[in-house]
Design a binder for this molecule. Structure first.
Ligand code: GLN
Length: 491
């Protein structure tokens, strides 16, 4: 059966169309793989196997008549941040209890419209706050990759750790994920998968549990650049239910993968050469530059002078918005309730018991930077710096068509390594948060293995709404890197 799980989404869609196998066979193969792996990897927090088989049968009926959408019959995993009608959705927080939405997020509704099959809900950091998937109420996710000569359990990254681990371990053909400060791209880099965050406003936020609304964007984690393009195309589109959704057409992104990148100008920002960056990350970056040069690109040195303020700015703006968004979890309207003598005590007990430590830290920071005496000094200042960061990119786009950087400052680290030190954890997001602050599309492509045998990724950042160019460049990197390594199936 493993032959049906270790293929790409594109290969599966072709196989379904040519009737080489049915969606039911494909889905059951994935169910079997999940049953075997999940006790070890903890990627799925709620399998929905019965629903999956039903959806697969419905797809098979359509495929038999030569009908069906772009994803007809393809089994996917869904991050537990996306509301799924009739299926428990918790953002992996205790405070949501057994919350079961009566509505479907727009992004997942788009996937079902196009014929995808839901295998289950995927693990993540609580409310998508984290870079290691260790803050989930369901426990950490384990990366299927292991470092050479070590048996230590590694993080798949976060917050979309379940999505990344499931895709890398062949427990779905692709997965939904979300990216507020890197949560698609960093886990993709840590697991040898492809992850793209589109331009802010491309994917509707409606029905996605909110973290920091001006930064949150949905996107896929996938096995190849082409698969990512197929999934993103299905996920995006204008939605009147999200006031920040852009009313612009969704291009046919898969057709841009494999296109020539000759003549494109690629910016290499000097500020991303950060202190203490391991030499192998530098080497990977140089290699990426050489690959794009060979593909006919022109390499341009650029400066994004406000880069050093990106991380502190993000860690003011994101907690500020989170503290506001999370005010709704009061024990009255959603999920879990802890009783109290009066209403105030009910609120206090519910929030004290329901939120984990990292979420509490964010709510405290966010409330502080928004409070009367500190609003101007922190929050307003951060918004001004955010504007400067966006202007750096605007400047860059007068000289280049896309920007190449490493995705992360290191490969996957061991579970427990950074969980006691929030600042060390936040430093992981150093290359990814800028694209969120500026609303730009960013993709991580697996580009090689480090000395310890773990995958490393390169990031491409694009102009607003120019995912098409990013897909062409990512395709070129993928082809040059010829990254074929897979984690050994030790479970
Ligand atoms: N690691 C970042 C954070 O903890 C990013 C999270 C995300 O993108 N959802 O805020």
């Amino acid at each position: 059966m493993s032959a049906l799980t270790n293929i790409t989404l594109k290969a599966a869609l072709d196989g379904l169309k040519s009737k080489a196998f049915t969606s039911e066979e494909l889905t059951r193969a994935h169910v079997e793989a999940i049953e075997k792996a999940n006790p070890h990897l903890n990627a799925y927090v709620l399998p929905t196997f019965e629903r999956a088989v039903e959806m697969a049968k419905a797809s098979d009926a359509k495929l038999a008549k030569g009908e069906g959408g772009d994803l007809e019959g393809a089994p996917l995993g869904i991050k537990d941040l996306f509301c799924t009608e009739g299926v428990r959705t918790t953002a992996c927080s205790n405070i949501l209890g057994e919350f079961t939405p009566t509505y479907e997020s727009t992004v997942t509704a788009n996937l079902w419209r196009d014929g995808a099959v839901m295998l289950g809900k995927l693990n993540m950091d609580e409310f998508a706050m984290g870079s290691s998937n260790e803050t989930s109420r369901f426990g950490p996710v384990v990366n299927p990759w292991k470092a050479k000569g070590s048996n230590a359990a590694l993080t798949p990254g976060g917050s979309s750790g379940g999505s990344a681990s499931a895709v890398a371990a062949d427990l779905c053909l692709g997965a939904t994920a979300s990216d507020t400060g890197g949560s698609i791209r960093q886990p993709a880099a840590f697991t040898g998968t492809v992850g793209i965050k589109p331009t802010y406003g491309r994917a509707s936020r409606w029905g996605i549990v909110a973290f920091a609304s001006s930064l949150d964007q949905a996107g896929p984690i996938a096995k190849s650049v082409e698969d990512a393009a197929i999934l993103l195309k299905s996920m995006c589109g204008h939605d009147a239910k999200d006031s920040t959704s852009l009313d612009v057409p969704t291009p046919d992104w898969p057709s841009f993968v494999g296109k020539s990148v000759k003549g494109l100008r690629i910016g290499v920002p000097k500020e991303y050469r950060v202190d203490g960056m391991p030499e192998e990350i530098e080497a990977l970056w140089r290699q990426g530059i050489a690959w794009l040069k060979d593909a006919g690109c022109e390499i341009v040195d650029i400066s994004l002078p406000h880069t050093k303020y990106a991380l502190p700015t993000y860690y003011i703006v994101a907690p500020a918005e989170a503290s506001s968004n999370l005010a709704r979890y009061d024990g009255v309207r959603y999920g879990k309730r802890a009783e109290g003598k009066n209403l105030i005590e009910l609120y206090e007990n519910t929030r004290a018991e329901g939120f984990g430590n990292e979420v509490k830290r964010r709510v405290l920071i966010g409330t502080y930077v928004l409070s009367a005496g500190y609003y101007d000094a922190y929050y307003v200042k951060a918004l001004k710096v955010r504007r400067r960061i966006a202007q750096d990119f605007d400047q860059a786009w007068t000289k280049v068509d896309a920007i190449l950087t490493p995705s992360t400052p290191s490969g996957a680290f061991a579970l427990g390594d950074k969980s006691a030190d929030p600042v060390a954890m936040y430093l992981n997001d150093i290359f990814t948060v800028t694209a969120n602050l500026a609303g730009l599309p960013g993709i991580s492509v697996p580009a090689g293995l480090g000395a310890d045998g773990l995958p490393l990724g390169l990031q491409l950042i694009g102009k607003p709404l120019d995912e098409s160019t990013i897909f062409s460049l990512a395709g070129a990197l993928e082809q040059a890197a010829a990254f074929k390594a897979k984690p050994e199936k030790w479970w």
